[in-house]
Design a protein around this ligand. Structure first.
Ligand code: HEM
Ligand SMILES: *[C@@H]1O[C@H](CO)[C@@H](O)[C@H](O)[C@H]1NC(C)=O
Ligand SMILES: *[C@@H]1O[C@H](CO)[C@@H](O)[C@H](O)[C@H]1NC(C)=O
Length: 242
């Protein structure tokens, strides 16, 4: 799938201000994790202390990212297995999916489930009919795939509305709805979080800390510009690969 990095200018601005103040000290990885935490907190979600000191990678590769990025077509079973590879539990996975409490997705990511779920030529039966009519008109067959829709009913508020929506068949992505509709192991947590926002917040923070602790084991650097590895490390990598 394509990883979208919209609003990345915000990260560039933070980085520039930091580099002017103390050059080469704060990694882009640390900036991103702090900005993510702040976005969650400012939109009504939990606040927590992030662990700092991560380095930026010496390479960047769409192919490497594609290997680990989950697909919006994935079902609960596939998501459980993928997250498990990173020692993230079913509870972590469901809670982390709750970040779809904020933000948008493109028609590109859902047309298959609106019109041809699993190649059946039919819509995903898990979609509640009124919501499906809404999605059908947002994303008609042969419509513009770049049009965006809300990932839950309150896309600017970090809350447990996302889980309430899933219980009501109003999940935007197939990967979201499947957590309620397909697998009893994930459904249990969806129902729990839909009724208990504090439990969701606590599990989300736990999942974010676990995800932030993941390490590639490869050497890193403090990038001076977040969109590119530092020039010197490109030269080194080239020398090595010759
Ligand atoms: C469980 C597996 C996941 C899948 C399959 C998935 C997939 C997606 C997809 C397809 C989109 C919309 C992209 C588009 O249509 O252009 C999206 C948006 C988003 N995802 Fe996920 N995601 C997953 C987990 C996560 C996690 C763990 C987080 C963070 C903790 C996250 C945070 C977000 C946010 C904030 C957006 C909205 C972006 C925006 O408004 O621009 N997602 N995700
Ligand atoms: C879930 O997805 C996997 C891999 O795409 C597929 O093999 C499996 O049959 C699906 N499971 C269900 C219950 O639909
Ligand atoms: C639905 O998907 C299947 C399998 O991918 C494909 O063979 C079929 O032509 C598709 N049908 C429509 C109407 O797009």
């Amino acid at each position: 799938m394509i990883v979208l990095l919209t609003s990345y200018e915000v990260i560039d601005e933070i980085k520039e201000a930091l580099e002017n103040f103390c050059t080469g000290v704060v990694s882009c990885a640390d900036i991103i994790i702090m900005a993510s935490r702040d976005a969650v907190t400012l939109s009504g979600g939990p606040n927590w202390e992030v662990k700092l000191g991560r380095k930026d990678s010496l390479t960047a590769s769409q192919a490497d990212s594609d290997k680990v990025m989950p697909s919006p077509r994935a079902n609960a079973t596939a998501l459980i297995n993928l997250f498990n590879k990173f020692d993230l539990s079913i509870k972590d996975m469901v809670a982390l999916s709750g970040s779809h409490s904020i933000g948008n997705g493109r028609c590109f990511s859902i047309v298959f489930r609106l019109y041809n779920q699993s190649g059946t030529g039919l819509p995903d039966p898990a979609i509640e009919p009124e919501y499906r009519a809404k999605l059908d008109s947002l994303c008609p067959v042969d419509g513009d795939l770049e049009v965006i829709g809300n990932l839950d009913a309150t896309p600017f508020k970090f809350d447990n509305q996302y889980f309430k929506d899933l219980v009501n068949g109003r999940g935007f992505l197939n990967s979201d709805q499947t957590l309620y509709s397909l697998d009893s192991r994930t459904k249990e947590f969806v129902v729990h979080f839909s009724k208990d926002q504090e439990a969701f917040f606590a599990a989300f923070v736990e999942g974010m800390l676990k995800m932030g602790d993941l390490q590639s084991g490869l050497p890193g650097e403090i990038r001076s510009y977040c969109r590119k590895v530092n020039a010197r490390s490109i030269e080194k990598a080239l020398v090595k690969s010759v």
